[in-house]
Structure formats: structure tokens, C-alpha cells
Design a protein around this ligand. Structure first.
Ligand code: ZN
Length: 374
């Protein structure tokens, strides 16, 4: 039986009444800081999702389940972690005492396990988004299964524990065979309601205005951002300010239980993590400490301490870090007219191309364009 348990807990009440699934949120060190921030978004509800019979969410593609009330949003960030922008996102979320869900790419996760752990440590939900962001619509069932399961095992290996059974399809491309596979694995499938189109712009303000315009039309929804995009890194703080100003409420989604990883893919993931560690160990210490931290979670390079300015709007200092793109990926800051998510290594020639030029004079893209550009 599909069930969604909705706990109407405010973030501050969570400290005394949260069930174990959200115990992470009730860490004593968080509450005092949040109590000093009356203008913070916070979390209005924590929705615990039982994916034992799967479930599909997000009205752009699925009409199965809609757990959001008018004015409620779920914040989601795909494709990372990428330290230089993920940290900005994390600090903006922290300044607003609010929580999000990160749909991580396995390859990105194994190249920065410290960042994966940091996202979890801050109480956000960690889901997955395949191993290498391939279009599952173009793959056989067995290749698609490997993409999904290696993604799950790799992000879990980087995190040091199983992740949430929450999955988002790259490009929102969801062939029936893979939906069936995910359902057999009790994974929840998350589409979207409002798209920031952050990969099409370098401007944070454009991201803010697109999201606010989309929300004005729809009134609520699962919001899509990419924490590998400069525009989202630059605009997220203002976006959260605006959500608060306009009265939107953030819902944090958490799993009832973590996913069970498959041993076959755990082995592959361990090898990938080992390659990363070897690569990190071969680098000079001066680079390692910033670029390739070897971390069990405790020795993570210092994230810029968050200084809370008790005024409205809130602004957190945002650390700049560079050089954190894993081998095989180029993540480019493109001019306004070009979108690029990934450039895959040339050996993966059957990978769907994810770059294309956008003529500013072209009309608004079709639904299909929008969907497959994710
Ligand atoms: Zn993606």
C-alpha cells in the first residue's frame, strides 16, 4: 500500500518530537541559530515518504500523487555535488534554516565524498540521479539498470551509508522499462513542477524570476535547480528571500527507510571510490586539502563558517572554491546563449548530447524540449 506519512512538525518543534527518521534535524546545535532568525524560511512540514511500493511525484509528468498544499514548495538540486556551487547552495539553505533534496550523480559523488557527507550532515536528503547522467531512454534495460544501481551504490559509498530511495531521471527521460525496474526496487520517482532553467543562463536573477513566475502560475510545486550551475549558486540566496517574502512554505521530504543497495554494484562502486582515493593520494598535499579531500566526514576542509546577519534579507558569506570538477567531466560556464550540462568523455559516444545552442530569438521551447533538457 502506498502511503505518505505527513508529519506536521515545524523545524523547531522537531527537537523534541521528531521520529527517528528526522532525528538529524533535531541536532541541538541547529536550533539556537534558527531561533534567532525569525525571517528565515524554515521548514513548515516534513513529509516522510514510504517508497515500499514506489510512487511517482511531480506534475510535469506524473499525476499519481500530489502531497503539496497551495503555497508549498520542495527544493531539489540535481547533478552535483560540485563544490564551488554546492557550498553556496548549502550556505543559503542554512541561512534560511531550510532543507532540500539533492539528486546526485554517482560519478560526481565519488569524486567528492566529503561534500556528500557534508550535505547529509546538514540534514538534507540525498537521492540519486544515475551513475553518469546518461539518457536512460537511449539505453537497454541492462545498461539502464547499471546506470541506476551503480549511481545508488556510488552515492551510498561516498556517503558511507545507504541513501534515500529517491530517484530522478536525467533529462526526465523515463522509459517504461526503467520505471518498472525502479518500482521493483522500491524507489520513489521524482519529476518536477517548476523548472528554474538554470542551465540556460549565468544570471542568478533570471533563475529567481523564472521560479517566481512559475510558482505564480502553479501556486506550489517541486522546484528544480542544478547545484552545478553558476546561476543557481549566485541566485539561490535571493530566491529563498523571495520565497519567504511571498509567503511560500518549504516542505522537506525524507524517506521512511533507506534503500538497500545491490552487492554487485557496491563492489563496482568501491572500486570507483578506490580510484578516487588513489588519485587523491597521488596529489600534493597542498592540492589535496582543497581539491581532493580524503575524508571520512571528520576531516573535511573547513566549510566557510556561516555568519548570520540578523537583518532581512539574510545573506550568508559564500566561499569560493575551484578546481573540483572530476576527471571526465567538464562543467562549463557558458555564455547566456548556450546551455551545457555535461560534456562526457569521447569514449561514451552514444551518450545523448546535452549541449545545444539556443537562439535568443527562438520561441519558448516545447514541453519535450524542456523535459529533455534537464
Ligand atoms: Zn540532471
Amino acid at each position: 500500500m502506498r502511503s505518505i506519512m505527513i508529519a506536521t512538525l515545524c523545524l523547531f518543534a522537531a527537537a523534541v518530537s521528531a521520529p527517528s527518521a528526522i532525528a538529524e534535524l533535531s541536532k541541538a546545535e541547529r536550533a539556537p541559530a534558527c531561533a534567532d532568525r525569525p525571517h528565515a524560511l524554515g521548514v513548515s512540514r516534513i513529509v516522510e515518504i514510504d517508497t515500499s511500493t514506489a510512487g511517482r511525484f511531480g506534475n510535469m509528468q506524473y499525476k499519481d500523487i500530489d502531497f503539496l498544499k497551495p503555497g508549498e514548495v520542495v527544493l531539489t538540486f540535481d547533478d552535483g555535488p560540485l563544490r564551488r556551487y554546492t557550498l553556496k547552495v548549502l550556505n543559503a539553505l542554512e541561512a534560511h534554516c531550510t532543507k532540500a533534496t539533492f539528486f546526485m550523480v554517482g560519478r560526481m559523488a565519488v569524486h567528492d565524498p566529503a561534500m556528500v557527507k557534508e550535505i547529509d550532515r546538514r540534514g538534507h536528503t540525498v537521492g540519486t540521479h544515475t551513475w553518469s547522467h546518461r539518457n536512460l531512454g537511449a539505453l537497454s534495460l541492462s545498461s539502464g539498470e547499471k546506470e541506476v544501481e551503480l549511481g545508488v551504490s556510488a552515492v551510498s559509498a561516498a556517503l558511507g551509508k545507504p541513501v534515500a530511495p529517491f530517484f530522478r531521471f536525467p533529462y526526465l527521460s523515463d522509459p517504461r522499462r526503467m520505471i518498472d525496474h525502479l518500482q521493483s526496487r522500491h524507489q520513489g520517482i521524482f519529476s518536477i513542477d517548476v523548472d528554474s532553467h538554470d542551465y540556460r543562463t549565468r544570471s542568478g536573477q533570471t533563475v529567481v524570476s523564472r521560479i517566481m513566475a512559475g510558482l505564480e502560475k502553479q501556486g506550489k510545486g517541486i522546484l528544480l535547480f542544478h547545484d552545478i550551475q553558476r546561476s543557481t549558486g549566485g541566485g539561490i540566496s535571493d530566491l529563498l528571500d523571495q520565497l519567504k517574502e511571498r509567503g511560500y512554505k518549504v516542505v522537506h521530504i525524507v524517506p521512511k527507510a533507506p534503500i538497500e543497495t545491490l552487492p554487485k554494484y557496491d563492489e563496482l562502486a568501491a572500486k570507483e571510490l578506490g580510484k578516487y582515493a588513489k588519485s587523491a593520494a597521488s596529489r600534493p598535499l597542498s592540492q589535496r586539502s582543497v581539491v581532493w579531500p580524503i575524508s571520512t566526514g571528520d576531516d573535511m576542509p573547513a566549510v566557510e563558517p556561516l555568519v548570520i546577519t540578523p537583518r532581512h534579507p539574510l545573506n550568508a558569506p559564500l566561499p569560493e572554491q575551484r578546481g573540483d570538477v572530476p576527471p571526465g567531466f567538464k562543467i562549463k560556464d557558458e555564455p547566456e546563449a548556450t546551455q551545457t550540462i555535461y560534456e562526457e568523455p569521447s569514449s561514451q559516444t552514444n551518450e545523448r548530447k546535452t549541449s545545444r545552442n539556443i537562439d535568443s530569438s527562438t520561441p519558448e521551447p516545447s514541453w519535450q524540449d524542456r523535459v529533455f533538457a534537464q
